[in-house]
Design a protein around this ligand. Structure first.
Ligand code: IMP
Ligand code: MG
Length: 181
């Protein structure tokens, strides 16, 4: 039997499963950095909760920055065009950068961001995504660190939204088409 939340949503990953996986990802990132400094760049708003947990699992000298993109759509489907609506505060030239994203889906957002970040000549550029939906990819891009690889499902919670709602659910849940709004 699937675990359900009080709102009747099916849980895909519980808060405990997320915490364990984020801890493992942080340990891996710590090892890979070999004591070098890091700039963690969160993609607003979906990655906010993941970044705040991952940052505490990465044991290096780190700073934060944030970008925001818009994909011209409020529902489950994006139009494909990515626009930067909040740029980095600081230059990343010569820095070790870890882009922190909630979901790698078509890859349009991360390949756009990777393109503009590489123009600044960082020392290194890595991507950490909590979820990966490889079957949906339109752009050739992979993350260096993946929390969970999932099939083509629409998920909400732990930062992820449907029309801006549900970001504060502590577990990652499935958004089913028949769920009452
Ligand atoms: P991409 O550009 O198609 O890779 O889309 C990435 C963005 O789409 C993610 O950062 C999410 O904000 C959003 N997204 C993709 N799939 C989902 C989902 O299942 N739930 C919530 N947001 C999603
Ligand atoms: Mg996002």
């Amino acid at each position: 039997m699937a675990t359900m939340t009080q709102q009747g949503l099916e849980v895909l990953y519980t808060r405990q499963q997320i915490a364990e996986r984020v801890e493992e990802m942080g340990a891996q990132i710590t090892r890979d950095l070999k004591g070098e400094k890091l700039v963690m760049v969160g993609v607003l708003k979906g990655a906010a909760l993941f970044l705040s947990d991952l940052a505490r699992a990465v044991h290096v000298d780190a700073t934060f920055d944030f970008v925001a993109t818009s994909s011209y759509g409020k529902g489950q489907r994006s139009s494909g065009a990515v626009k930067l609506i909040k740029d980095l505060d600081e230059s990343i030239e010569g820095k070790n950068v870890l882009v922190v994203e909630d979901i790698l889906d078509t890859g349009l957002t991360l390949s756009y961001l990777r393109g503009i970040f590489l123009q600044q000549r960082p020392r290194s550029l890595r991507i950490a995504t909590l979820l990966d939906k490889p079957s949906r990819r339109l752009e050739k891009i992979n993350a260096d660190y993946v929390g969970f690889s999932i099939p083509n499902l629409f998920v909400i919670g732990y930062g992820m939204d449907y029309a801006e709602r549900y970001r504060n659910l502590p577990d990652i849940c499935l958004m089913t088409p028949d769920h009452p709004e």
